[in-house]
Design a protein around this ligand. Sequence first.
Ligand code: NAD
Length: 277
Amino acid sequence: MENLLKGKKGIIFGALDNKSMAWKIAEKAYEQGAVFTLSNTPVALRFGELNELAEKTNSTILPADATKMSDLQMVFEKSMEILGGKVDFVLHSIGMSLNVRKKVPYQELNYEYYVKTLDISAISFHKLLQTAYKLDAINEWGSVVALSYIAAQRTLYRYNDMADAKALLESIARSFGYIYGRERKVRVNTISQSPTLTTAGSGVAGIDALMDFTERMSPLGNATAQDLADFTVTLFSDLTRKITMQNLYHDGGFASMGMSKDAMHQYNKSLEQKDCK
Ligand SMILES: NC(=O)c1ccc[n+]([C@@H]2O[C@H](COP(=O)([O-])OP(=O)(O)OC[C@H]3O[C@@H](n4cnc5c(N)ncnc54)[C@H](O)[C@@H]3O)[C@@H](O)[C@H]2O)c1
């Protein structure tokens, strides 16, 4: 299907490099006819990779720390100025945990880091929504999407305080989604994506084993960043106007599985090894 986002304007937060989910989503949105601005932190922009995406998609980069209300206000105001009016879609693809980065185990959390994790990875979503709402920056039937992970519902070894951040993120999507839907007809959803090898993904300890496990457990296999880009543009499009306040699993079926043939096969191998000892 072509031109799904023709005439749509948007803001994409969180593209860091060409592995980022936000990068793939930006490429797909551009391919489908959207115009948008790109935002990331001044530190992330120093790597310079985002210029390549901006050139490719004819977009302007707006440096901003998503935990700062004044920065967010600037991004929405400038975006409306550049794009010539209110926007139709916003992507929140932002996450970071210093506890994960510094390998602090969950039972010993550093609380300064913990507050930062929640602020960057979840509360920034509320801040973004509040800013957009105050400025009335999103058109009716507009769509806001944030990226989540199944650790919000289930415990996954080593996902650490990011699990708490994702639970909060999904709750914000429901709470703000109700108000934004009721008052302005704007949709707010989260997509719960398979583990994916990006900069943030690679920071999760044991990501390779986790990805192998989820691949074996999912009837359709892990969803890639490219698959996610395809799905996300449908949520930005007019074809999904009555979906809101949802956490949508985009994970090849993993969320509904308990044990699979493929995983059992692998597990049996380790049982056989044990028997041989
Ligand atoms: N990779 C995975 O396995 C996976 C799975 C499910 C969900 N997610 C989520 O997808 C989203 C995007 O992550 P990704 O995997 O593409 O990794 P990524 O590292 O490419 O993206 C994370 C982005 O967050 C940005 N960021 C960090 N602090 C910020 C701040 N204060 N203000 C603004 N931006 C800030 C970073 O600069 C970076 O661009 C995150 O919310 C992540 O938790 C990732």
